[in-house]
Design a protein. Structure first.
Length: 354
């Protein structure tokens, strides 16, 4: 999704976010409601960004990670070199449309190859799915509709999910181990690990969206890497609106465990690979700093500039380049009852001939 780099960009960010029916479906009144909701929320969200340094660091981390991955690939996959990094966000600069235009101006339109590498490890129709839908719309808009991506223009493939990739799992486990080492040895094995992921409306879960099961698979893989050394739970944060969402909530889970005397807790971001407002404000400030248990309630570091993580990203791309598939086979599976034309088009774009 990206994040506003400065507080004066918050309004634009929110307007784009609430205007996207793939992410937040508001029905036929979306065009009317989105500006109202974004205006009502702008001042509150601006204050939150002020408290984490005046803007989101996600662009900085994304550009750093992408650049480092391409350096590794140039060395380890010379047959496909040179590799050039591009970052594209849905609701903040650099916007996907601008990045797509850069690809064309850089010559990729002459049968160049581009990999849409989703930085959501776990697939959801509202995140990776909606991003691929937008990519399909931009392909038609900027390159012209055509029957096959192999006939002309950019040859797109996608890495649409990687919830249990060994390198990703090891990078998370490594950060947990580092955080556990800060606890006294006699308490270390009793620390509860709270894996926190962005929540999702139950309406999406009931339609068959795979996000919650892929989050659970990530958590299980991490705990296997740790030899199930500690008790653990999965919890969910960042609910928006009045619908019923995945539970238990992260903040409520923390309160209940502390009330039961279990105060040694580590919160682990498992669906966020870089720091942004959900980690730096929601977890660090709203949950940890405002509690009376800052010494025992902590957070595992986000992956950010972790070398293990960056090497894992490079390995994922290298495996994709060698594998020959345009997308994972699972991308072919649409949610039950899905009638969205954009979903059908994007899946055709990546799955035909896969």
């Amino acid at each position: 999704m990206g994040g506003p780099a400065t507080t004066d960009r918050v309004g634009d960010f929110l307007l784009r976010l609430f205007s996207d029916p793939d992410l937040i479906p508001l029905g036929r009144f979306q065009g009317y409601l989105a500006p109202i909701i974004s205006r009502l929320r702008t001042r509150k969200i601006q204050k939150q960004y002020q408290m984490i340094g005046g803007g989101s660091p996600i662009r900085m981390w994304s550009e750093y990670q992408a650049g480092e991955v391409c350096k590794i690939l140039d060395e380890t996959s010379p047959a496909t070199a040179p590799h050039k990094p591009y970052v594209a966000f849905r609701y903040a600069d650099p916007l996907m449309e601008d990045t797509y235009a850069r690809l064309l101006s850089d010559g990729f339109g002459e049968r160049g190859r581009a990999i849409a590498f989703s930085q959501y490890p776990q697939f959801s129709c509202s995140t990776t799915g909606s991003s691929l839908n937008e990519l399909g719309r931009l392909r038609d808009k900027l390159e012209g509709a055509r029957n096959s991506i192999n006939t002309q223009g950019i040859c797109w493939t996608t890495i649409d999910r990687w919830p249990t990739h060994p390198g990703f799992v090891k990078a998370i486990a490594n950060n947990i181990t580092k955080r556990l080492s800060a606890y006294p040895e006699d308490r270390r094995r009793s620390v509860t690990l709270l894996f926190s992921a962005h929540s999702q409306p139950m309406s999406a879960v009931n339609k068959g969206d795979s996000y919650s099961t892929e989050v659970a698979s990530s958590v299980h893989a991490v705990m296997q890497e740790l030899n199930f050394s500690n008790p653990y739970r999965i919890c969910w944060q960042s609910k928006v609106g009045l619908q019923h969402w995945l539970e238990p909530r992260t903040d409520e889970t923390v309160r209940q465990l502390i009330a039961k005397g279990k105060k040694d807790l580590i919160i682990i971001p498992v669906s966020f690979t870089s720091d942004h407002i959900e980690t730096l404000y929601e977890i660090d400030q709203e949950l940890i700093e405002e509690s009376d248990h800052g010494g025992s309630l902590t957070r595992a570091e986000s992956l950010n500039g972790s070398r293990l993580f960056i090497e894992a990203l490079a390995q994922i791309v290298r495996e994709h380049l060698r594998g020959g598939l345009k997308a994972s086979r699972q991308l072919e599976q649409k949610c039950l009852g899905c009638q969205k034309e954009s979903c059908s088009k994007s899946r055709d774009m990546f799955c035909q001939g896969a």
